[in-house]
Structure formats: structure tokens, C-alpha cells
Design a protein around this ligand. Structure first.
Ligand SMILES: O=C(O)CCC(=O)C(=O)O
Ligand SMILES: [Fe+2]
Length: 292
């Protein structure tokens, strides 16, 4: 039977005594799934996983996404997106500076995914941590007036940084402006309630992020931005957070429905960080539920 160790007071556990490279029995898988729903971030140390095994573990949770940024998918493994600052023949081998603002993966799509699973292959000598925030806790921490006003509102989410005044474009990304201009055409903004119910924990979740939530639908622009500023102040201040320091071989999965995450940076080429990522999509019974 696996055991767990808390990673912080309000979010995250390490699951011990489990080898993800071999097929998991139902009882181990259920233990992992329940830990994910309850603790929102789960970590496993010293996992020696081939890309096939990483994908096989991910598929226990559901179908995997094939990321639209398809130039950085691992050769032969469309389910794996490479995150790295390494270069081959002078060109990036993966997404550089991925996720450097707080976000929930793919919230700019109609159906946000269940979770992402990262396998760390190389750590830089300094920096490279990943931050996580428990968005059920943030919902509970909202001042009453703000909790009441967001209940019935919808956030507008968009992948293109060009429409978001809260974010900056990394200078390390090649052709970033052209890329983000195309993204507006390919992926027009979508709406999500600011408050969802988690289908499995039944917790209310604040569903908004500085990276992808660019406004609030159907109210004046400045009013929407001011509500978002207030929400993001609560994010900045919450203690319901974890900063995860990676070691080679770590596998970390988060419940993308109930946490925001952020790559904390603090390293640069030629100090290399290399992580393989899969993202698991939601099914009919696991997607976030509307409250109103
Ligand atoms: O590299 C990281 O620390 C996180 C990157 C990220 O946002 C992601 O993989 O979804
Ligand atoms: Fe992300």
C-alpha cells in the first residue's frame, strides 16, 4: 500500500512506494486518484519512465491532449509536449519559459483538462521551481462582497498574450508576436463561469487566472478589470500554495480543475531544464460543473 507525505499545509502530497513504470492495479490507481482530488498536487520521486510509460500512466486518467503548439511534441509521441530551454542546432527543442504566469492549462478551450503530468529529466543548478495555488481555498478566502459578485459572472479566457495587459512576452521565444497574433485567429476567446463546482470533491472553485482570463463578459471593461485585479490580489496573498522544487526523476501531477500553477523561472541557458508533459482531458463525469 502506498503512503503519503504532506508537501505543505494546504496543498500537495508526495506519494511513496509506488513505481509508475509498471501497470497499476486498481487499488493503487484509486489511491492515486483520490489523493489527486483531495490534495490537488501529487508528486512521486525517482521514477524511471520511458515516454511510452509516461503516456500509459497518463491514459489511466483519460484521453491525452495533443497540444496545438505542435512543433514541440516529442518525436513519435504526440501526447508529450517538451518543456525546455535546451537547443539543438541552435533551435529550441521544447517550449521555452512555458507557463511563467499563474494559469490553469488550456482554460482557453471550452473543455479545460483534468490535469497535467510532468516528468523531470534535467534540473538546472538554480531555480526552475513550479508554484501551485489551491483555488478552492482561494474561493473560500474571497471577501464576502467579491464572492457574491463573482458567482453569476463569466470570465473571458484567451490564449493570445496580445489581448492580455497583465502578461509579458518572453524575449527567449522565437517569433512570439507572430505566434500570438495567429493564436487569436485560431483560438478565439471562450467564456467560463468564474465559479465552478468540482465534480468529485464538490468544492467551489474560483476559475480565473492572470495568464488566460482577459476580462469579464457582459459588464463594462473597466469594471471587469477591477474585479479581476481584486481576485488576483487574493491569489497573491493566499497561504494555500506550494513551491515545488524538482529533482531528476520526479513525476508531478496536478488537478487542473482546482489549482493554478506557474513556472517560477530563475535559470537561463546553458543551465538546462528538461521536462516532458502530458495533459489528460476530462470525461463526461469529470468535467467542472456549472453552479448557475
Ligand atoms: O515548467 C513548469 O514549471 C510548468 C509549466 C507549465 O505551465 C505546464 O507544464 O503546464
Ligand atoms: Fe501550465
Amino acid at each position: 500500500m502506498p503512503s503519503i507525505e504532506q508537501l505543505s499545509d494546504h496543498i500537495g502530497v508526495r506519494i511513496k512506494d509506488i513505481d509508475l513504470s509498471s501497470p497499476l492495479g486498481d487499488s493503487d490507481f484509486n489511491f492515486i486518484y483520490q489523493s489527486l482530488v483531495k490534495h490537488k498536487v501529487i508528486a512521486f520521486a525517482e521514477q524511471n519512465l520511458s515516454p511510452e510509460q509516461h503516456v500509459a500512466f497518463s491514459q489511466r486518467f483519460g484521453n491525452c491532449d495533443v497540444h496545438s503548439n505542435n512543433q514541440y511534441l516529442l518525436d513519435g509521441f504526440p501526447e508529450i509536449l517538451v518543456l525546455s530551454n535546451d537547443l539543438r542546432d541552435g533551435k529550441p527543442i521544447g517550449v521555452v519559459d512555458a507557463g511563467v504566469e499563474w494559469h490553469s492549462d488550456l482554460s482557453w478551450q471550452t473543455d479545460p483538462p483534468l490535469g497535467s503530468i510532468l516528468h523531470c529529466l534535467k534540473t538546472p543548478s538554480t531555480g526552475g521551481n513550479t508554484g501551485f495555488i489551491n483555488m478552492a481555498a482561494v474561493y473560500r478566502e474571497l471577501p464576502d462582497h467579491l464572492r457574491n459578485s463573482v458567482k453569476t459572472l463569466e470570465g473571458v479566457h484567451c490564449v493570445s498574450k496580445l489581448l492580455n495587459r497583465r502578461v509579458t512576452i518572453s524575449e527567449n521565444r522565437v517569433n512570439a508576436r507572430e505566434f500570438y497574433a495567429e493564436q487569436i485567429e485560431k483560438h478565439p476567446p471562450v467564456r467560463h463561469p468564474l465559479v465552478y463546482r468540482h465534480p468529485e470533491s464538490n468544492e467551489m472553485i474560483l476559475f480565473a487566472s492572470p495568464r488566460f482570463t482577459i476580462g469579464i463578459a457582459d459588464i463594462p471593461e473597466d469594471e471587469g478589470q477591477s474585479i479581476l485585479d481584486d481576485l488576483f490580489d487574493v491569489l497573491e496573498q493566499t497561504n494555500a500554495r506550494l513551491e515545488y522544487q524538482w529533482a531528476k526523476g520526479d513525476v508531478v501531477m496536478w488537478d487542473n480543475r482546482s489549482v493554478l500553477h506557474c513556472a517560477m523561472g530563475g535559470y537561463s541557458y546553458p543551465d538546462i531544464r528538461l521536462i516532458n508533459r502530458t495533459t489528460v482531458l476530462c470525461g463526461e463525469t469529470t468535467r467542472l460543473q456549472r453552479v448557475v
